[in-house]
Ligand binder design. Structure first.
Ligand SMILES: [Zn+2]
Length: 126
């Protein structure tokens, strides 16, 4: 395998088994690592560690795009102010923008995410 295939395989492994996984108290032994307090064998669900890994449900991509679009709008607003533009009609809070105007910010965010997928091997499902 060449370097690029290696890297692609590592990236795939990372996003499948490492990225986003968290630890929580084992549900079978309630975090004690054993089934009781009388010297029982270690909990087999967690091998006695008292912890289990889980992957929290990811936010919907549409929610993430919306959150980032809000930030994009705010920084666009700030940049306008920095350049001395004070009276643009879209310089109002994101929530008050018409949906077709918000769509400009969403399109920007989607193209950034697509670029990260293509140029840096991320795996955003847009
Ligand atoms: Zn356990």
């Amino acid at each position: 395998m060449g370097f690029r295939e290696d890297k692609a395989a590592r990236t795939k492994y990372f996003f499948q088994y490492i990225y986003g996984w968290k630890l929580r108290k084992c549900g079978a032994c309630n975090g004690s690592g054993r089934y009781d307090h009388n010297g029982s064998p270690p909990c087999s669900a967690c091998d006695g560690t008292g912890k289990e890994s889980y992957k929290p449900k990811e936010k919907k991509m549409s929610e993430l795009v919306e959150e980032i679009s809000r930030k994009v709008h705010d920084s666009w607003w700030q940049e306008n102010l920095r350049q001395g533009v004070l009276d643009h009609p879209n310089m109002i809070p994101y929530d008050e923008l018409a949906d077709n105007i918000k769509e400009h910010d969403r399109a920007t965010v989607r193209s950034v995410l697509i670029a990260l997928n293509n140029l840096r091997g991320y795996n955003f499902k847009i």
